[in-house]
Structures are given as C-alpha cells and as structure tokens.
Design a protein around this ligand. Structure first.
Ligand code: PGA
Length: 251
C-alpha cells in the first residue's frame, strides 16, 4: 500500500562539485526520465555556482534546489544570494537552517524562519532543517530542542514547506538513530506542525543523517518519514539512484 505522501528524495551536495559534476546531474536526470519514479519526487541541491546550469540540464524529471538564501529580496549584502535569484536560476527548492549553517554562521531560528519566508515569497519551497546534538540527545532533550526549532523556524500559513529532521550527530558520521527513535521524533514533529499549520498532514518530513543505499529502505518505511535529505551518498549518482529505488519499493 502506498503512503499517501509521495517521498521527496533530496541530495545535498554541500560544498562539493565543480563544473564536471554537472555530468552527474545528467546521469540522474536521464535515468529518472527513462524510468519515472511513481513514489518519489527527486531533488538535487548542488552548490550555488552550479544551480543555473544544473537546472538547465536536469530537464523535467529532476528538481534542482539551492542550499541557503538571504532573507532579503535584494540589496547591499555582499556575497549573499536571494531566494528570488535562486528561483530565477531555475531552482524550485532551497534548504534553510541546515545544522552546518546554524553552527558555521550562527544562524538563529528567527533568521531561518525569515529565510524560509523569503523562499516562499519567491515561489520556492523551503526545506527547513532541525535536529539535536549528541549532548542534547544524551540529555534526553531531543523533543524539546526539535520542538523549539520547529516553532522558531517554520513559517506558519499554508504555503508549501518541507521539514528535514537531521540529528547533528548522525550527519556524515555513519551513525543513525534507531527506527524507534526516528519514528518517535517524526511523529512528534507531525504533532507540533499540526499545532502550527492547518496543512500539517501534508507537510513532508524528511530524515537526514547518514542515509545510504543500505539503510534507506528501512528508514523510508518508518511512519511519518516522507523522504530523505542525503549528503555524502548523493555525490555518487549510482548510490543516490539506489536510494530513489529504495523509495520506490518502500512507497
Ligand atoms: P550525510 O549528510 O548524508 O552526509 O550524513 C546529510 C545532510 O547533512 O544533509
């Protein structure tokens, strides 16, 4: 039986990929065009330098997104990129509030929400990231931390948003929470979203953090997991496509 929300399988290339990596966009797009997934929408978020070319080369079967945007529409913000520029480059999504940006750039929940709102205003779907650190997990504060991040970072209203639950300690480490821990957190996220938004039942909640071809099917089968945000394993087109295939069979 199909889950009622189609999966979103999203690759986050982070600060990886020179011009030659556009070939990997084409490999993924061609495969999806040849065998269109029924249960998954597929997205790749390359670095900003590749977004426009990636969007041109991806065709209809693969969506392209960016990894961050500025909250303002335009102005004197040297080095920043607005959501409108990202949309103008042909992207449809933007990741906001990734834990690496929260840590490296001190982004607060309020800034993340402003970025997500800017994305919505530009016609993009924001992917708002939340997740606890290892110390917070060990102190049994996961639901409290994630709840506060959601309330502070996710815009209210009814414009489409995606939430990504990414435990900081699982990102790039090869560690993942147990299926029970993922189920508990995703179910709590759904409950908090329903206090915030009338469309909570249809908001996609992605899991991210060391999702790979060999654990994707198990993770995607968990209740309230509507897809994945995949870092390392999205850099190799074949391993990324295997995760899409896992979504096809788990859907
Ligand atoms: P990872 O990264 O899959 O390499 O753990 C996930 C992310 O940070 O989005």
């Amino acid at each position: 039986m199909s889950k009622h929300r189609r999966f979103l399988i999203a690759g986050n290339w982070k600060m990886n990929g020179l011009q030659a990596a556009l070939d990997n966009i084409v490999v993924v797009a061609d495969r999806l065009a040849a065998t269109p997934p029924r249960e998954c929408a597929v997205l790749i978020c390359p670095p900003a330098t590749l977004v426009a070319d990636a969007a041109r080369r991806a065709g209809e079967s693969l969506d392209i997104g960016a990894q961050d945007c500025h909250p303002a529409a335009k102005g004197a913000h040297t080095g920043d990129i607005s959501a409108q520029m990202i949309a103008d480059a042909g992207a449809r999504y933007v990741i906001v509030g990734h834990s690496e940006r929260r840590a490296d750039h001190g982004e607060t929940d309020g800034e993340v929400r402003a970025k997500a709102q800017a994305a919505i205003d530009a016609g993009l779907t924001p992917i708002v990231c939340v997740g606890e650190t290892l110390a917070e997990r060990e102190a049994d504060e996961t639901l409290e931390i994630v709840g506060a991040q959601l309330r502070g970072s996710v815009p209210v209203g009814e414009s489409a948003v995606v939430v990504a639950y990414e435990p900081v300690w699982a990102i790039g480490t090869g560690l993942t929470p147990t299926a029970e821990q993922i189920a508990q957190t995703h179910t709590a996220i759904r409950a908090i979203l329903s206090e915030m938004r009338r469309d909570a039942a249809s908001v996609k909640i992605l899991y991210g953090g060391s999702m790979k071809p060999d654990n994707a099917a198990e993770i995607l089968a968990i209740a309230n997991v509507d897809g994945g945000l995949i870092g390392g394993a999205s850099l190799d087109p074949q391993s990324f496509l295997k995760i899409v295939a896992a979504g096809e069979s788990a859907g």
